[in-house]
Ligand binder design. Structure first.
Ligand code: ADP
Ligand code: MG
Length: 386
């Protein structure tokens, strides 16, 4: 400690004290830039994080700390310009240390003004959050793996149901071909060939649906028209239901557009329908309904414009004792081979990722309604509020 300085108290805090404080911080790189982006001060944190000592860093342009790609793309100038114009710029991305290694940085640049309001420099604070960034990467990888596992399970279930449908189609084709080979009546021959063609086309459509579903990759967020998606999904999803079960759709016109990954939504719907199927003993109606809703914090604290999609069954219902565990990955009450316990954890993860929520409304023996709330795209929500 400098012996010339008085002990700290609010009235004796001097510029020098602040400078010492900034200098002493080692977890954050704190330094000043002139308005052109050249380094004018450098603290201990900056030396520790970036590897340059003050004598090497002062006088250098901030672009020195960026990767070649970012420099090429003009990122340092862009961030500087933004801080000058708007008073502040934030960024997250790779930066380069003196020894050439990279770290993942969280950066804030603030414009500093004098009493007249002119910008006299910029304060830049950088944190090394490489650990957190890597942990997030691992989490994403895990989620992608779970999604993949879940998809395989759902595909298995779907194709089990579809194998049955394929067999029916093959029976139609084979018996029509056999009859056609024996008939001499041209009109009957034409009608039998027609049957064969229709059955073949249906089979081809089923395979196409299955392949589209198998191929679609997760994590492609885009604006989705739910009316179109639900329409297309309905044909596909109803194939998961056995003969004596039917899917009733009730979808409001003009559902708000939503921002999400359509393949994850299809997957979530399929999971809910498969659960409804399993809860009912082979016959009955599964209802899929969708409508726009405005929320005021009463559902999971959500506020604003949402689309509510519900899947309702008349099945066995859910025992309150297991309610709390339903969204856990691998939690299942089904026999081995019948369930993996990944369905609702996918639905939950998807809903959270999309900024929405899943709610369960069920009583043992009374059936179940699963409610999926998905936020409307912000532009749309703003429009409706006006
Ligand atoms: N519609 C429903 N009716 C009754 N129980 C349900 C329903 N949906 C989910 N469950 C219960 O939640 C559990 C977890 O569901 P899920 O995560 O989809 O895994 P899985 O279907 O593979 O068992 C199921 O095993 C079942 O006990
Ligand atoms: Mg399931």
């Amino acid at each position: 400690m400098n012996s010339q300085l008085a002990p700290l108290s609010p009235s004796t805090l001097t510029e020098r004290h602040y400078e010492m404080l900034v200098q002493a911080v080692v977890d954050y790189a704190i330094f000043m830039l002139d308005p052109a982006g050249y380094v004018v001060s450098w603290n201990a944190g900056a030396s520790r994080i970036k590897g340059y000592d003050a004598s090497e860093a002062i006088g250098q342009h901030l672009s020195m700390f960026y990767t070649d790609e970012d420099r090429g793309a003009g990122k340092p100038e862009y961030l500087l310009g933004r801080a000058m114009r708007e008073g502040r710029a934030q960024d997250e991305g790779w930066r380069v240390r003196k020894d050439g290694t990279r770290f993942w940085a969280l950066v804030v640049i603030d414009a500093i003004r004098n009493e007249q309001g002119d910008i006299i420099g910029l304060a830049k604070i950088t944190r090394d959050i490489t650990d957190r960034h890597e942990a997030e990467g691992r989490y994403d990888a895990l989620r992608a793996q779970l999604f993949q596992a879940q998809k395989l399970e759902a595909l298995g279930q779907l194709s089990g149901g579809m194998a049955h449908d394929f067999n029916n189609l093959l029976t139609i084709i084979l018996s029509a071909a056999k009859l056609a080979s024996r008939t001499t009546d041209p009109a009957r021959l034409a009608s039998l060939l027609d049957n064969i063609q229709t059955a073949g086309e249906r089979g081809a459509q089923m395979t196409r649906n299955l392949l589209t579903f198998a191929r679609s990759e997760p994590k492609l967020c885009c604006q989705v028209n739910l009316n179109e998606l639900l329409d297309a999904a309905a044909t596909f999803i109803s194939q998961a239901l056995p003969k004596h079960m039917s899917l009733h759709m009730q979808v409001a016109d003009d559902l708000h557009p939503v921002q999400l990954d359509p393949s994850e939504l299809e997957m979530a719907l399929l999971n809910l329908i498969l659960n409804a199927r399993d809860a009912m003993s082979g016959s009955g109606v599964v209802r899929l309904e969708a409508s726009n809703q405005r929320l005021n914090g009463d559902v999971a604290g959500l506020q604003g414009e949402f689309v509510l999609i519900t899947v309702t069954d008349q099945g066995c219902g859910i025992d309150p004792a297991i309610r709390a565990r339903l969204f856990e990955p691998f939690f299942t009450t089904k026999e081995i081979g019948k369930g993996t316990g990944l369905g609702l954890s996918q639905v939950y993860g998807f809903a959270r990722q999309a900024g929405g929520s899943v709610q369960i409304d069920s009583a043992a023996g009374q059936g179940t309604t699963m409610q999926l709330y998905l936020p409307a795209c912000s532009t749309q929500a703003a429009d409706t509020q006006e």
